[in-house]
Design a binder for this molecule. Structure first.
Ligand code: TA6
Length: 299
């Protein structure tokens, strides 16, 4: 069966590929390609809505903000880090399958303001998220509608916080990311703490910061990015659209061990490469739709 919903998890299947999406956050928490899991999700994290915490892994959707809220702005002051989309219960709006296997199978999810959301966020919005499994790729597309008939623009950031699982025997420090050379980035690791921006001078960026920690926001990144695992002779290709920026994150051992829902040494098993719209905020006029997304494929 190409699409199946059990409890609050939707599974799409296409040949040997599967994708699993939790209604909590419309979070894709598993993607198997060629019979191998390609995303990391901590075994200490629950994908079910009975646990209100965001899923630690997969591809959480950060919306309407990325990072901690700007407490001086009343629109966002009551939000938690990365916003509410990743913790809200989304609705499965529909599934589309065709007889053409190359076209694959799609599930479309929807989020509109609930009472709980309205208690912390006053703006009207409509989010749709399309998860499209094809034989050789997985596409994730977020659309934002400003349904307001007032003059006010809907201002937001958006980011797909993808946790890419590393092949067995590959550690974050072995991962090479391209092409980031000459992009301006903000380093969120101490002592920089995101305050200064600097140009990336390396042709190939290895995921190995001080003490193993890497947390960088690259602005205006190219739409085709690659995570290479040379030891395993593998490449993950991430093609983005509508998402100008990209974050590279791994907490390293000291910070990783402090993350409550992280499985034992879990930080050794993934690198986050997170296409996003971070700076400046998108201002979406009433009646307009914004779209952004990623396609994940392999060499
Ligand atoms: O995208 C990187 C980041 O913002 C890091 O600074 C780190 O905090 C990470 O996301 C995880 O955030 P979370 O709220 O899921 O613990």
């Amino acid at each position: 069966m190409p699409a199946e919903t059990v409890q609050d998890v939707v599974t799409l299947t296409l040949g040997t590929s599967t994708v699993q999406v939790a209604l909590k956050g419309a979070t894709v928490f598993s993607y198997t390609h060629d019979g191998r899991e390609r995303l990391f999700t901590s075994s200490k994290s629950s994908v079910h809505a009975s646990d209100p915490a965001a899923i630690r892994g997969g591809v959480p959707i950060c919306w309407p903000i990325f990072g901690p809220p700007d407490l001086s702005n009343p629109l966002y002051a009551q939000l938690k880090q990365h916003g509410f989309a990743r913790t809200s219960s989304w609705e499965l709006e529909g599934v589309q399958e065709t007889d053409d296997a190359a076209e694959g199978v799609k599930a479309i999810f929807k989020l509109e303001p609930t009472e709980a959301i309205q208690a912390i966020y006053s703006q009207p919005f409509l989010l749709r998220y399309t998860v499209h499994l094809r034989p050789y790729s997985l596409s994730l597309a977020l659309s934002v509608v400003n349904p307001s008939d007032a003059i006010a623009a809907l201002a937001f950031q958006a980011l797909l916080h993808a946790y890419f699982r590393l092949p067995d025997g590959v550690l974050p420090a072995d991962v090479r990311v391209t092409p980031l050379e000459s992009l301006v980035y903000a380093d969120k690791v101490a002592p920089h703490d995101g305050k200064t921006k600097q140009p990336e001078r390396r042709k190939v960026v290895d995921v190995d910061g001080p003490g193993g920690e890497v947390d960088r926001v690259y602005y205006r990144a190219p739409d085709r990015l690659e995570l290479a695992f040379p030891a395993a002779d593998e490449v993950v290709k991430v093609r983005k659209s509508g998402l100008p920026d990209a974050v590279l994150w791994n907490p390293g051992p000291a910070k990783g061990a402090k993350i409550g829902d992280m499985e034992d040494r879990g930080w050794e098993r993934y690198v986050c490469l997170e296409p996003g719209l971070i700076e400046p905020f998108q201002f979406l006029d009433p009646g307009k739709t914004w779209e952004g997304g990623i396609e994940i494929s392999f060499n």
